[in-house]
Design a protein around this ligand. Structure first.
Ligand code: 4H7
Length: 182
């Protein structure tokens, strides 16, 4: 499974080199590519923010820069996800559903978010990791990648996965960590 992450802060994703996710990358069970949106700014000052189209407070990430960064990705049949506090809240069944995709493109917003025209044009799903506001979409993107990667063949032992079960609306995790993956 492949993740392409569009971000202004690729260094933040260093955390995904550790532990089980780091091992899964080494074994090529998952691929995580970080695309620095700033590399696509044509401005001599590498400007990436702009006033919102049609008005509004604050600044948004510039439409053309984000769109050019997106166009640089080879797409096949990728699903594009925007991490946003306004999105649908992530839960374990959504995680399981996303793990069946071959390719996810994840957009990380900053400032007041990404220019709405780009969102309308390229985004398939808007996802939130919970009802709170963060400074950027990077930490939510890492939460999504970690939770989805665990479901990929070979990342965890089958023992670990099958003992995660649901009761009503809450998840019961009674995983017995008895394998060398942990
Ligand atoms: C999209 C739009 C996700 C992304 C706006 C992202 C929480 C979550 C962001 C914003 C996120 C989540 C930028 C609006 C920072 C608020 C102060 C990035 N926050 N933000 N502003 N719950 N922030 O999943």
């Amino acid at each position: 499974m492949k993740f392409d992450v569009l971000t202004l802060f690729p260094e933040m994703f260093e955390a995904l080199n550790q532990s089980i996710i780091g091992k899964a990358r080494e074994k090529n069970l998952i691929e995580i590519n970080l695309i620095n949106i700033r590399d696509f700014s044509k401005d001599k000052h590498k400007k990436v923010d702009d006033t919102p189209y049609g008005g509004g407070a604050g600044m948004v990430m510039k439409a053309d820069v984000v769109y050019d960064a997106y166009k640089s990705i080879k797409k096949d049949n990728a699903k594009v996800i925007y991490m946003s506090p306004q999105g649908k809240t992530l839960n374990q069944s959504k995680v399981e559903e996303l793990s069946k995709e071959d390719h996810l493109i994840i957009l990380c917003g900053h400032y007041e978010g990404i220019d709405q025209r780009v969102i309308d044009k390229i985004v398939d799903e808007e996802i939130s990791i919970g009802d709170y506001v963060l400074t950027g979409g990077e930490i939510p993107a890492m939460v999504l990648i970690d939770s989805v990667s665990r479901y990929n063949e070979g990342v965890l032992s089958q023992d670990s996965i099958k003992e995660e079960s649901f009761s009503n609306r809450s998840i019961r995790i009674s995983t017995i960590y008895k394998t060398r993956n942990i």
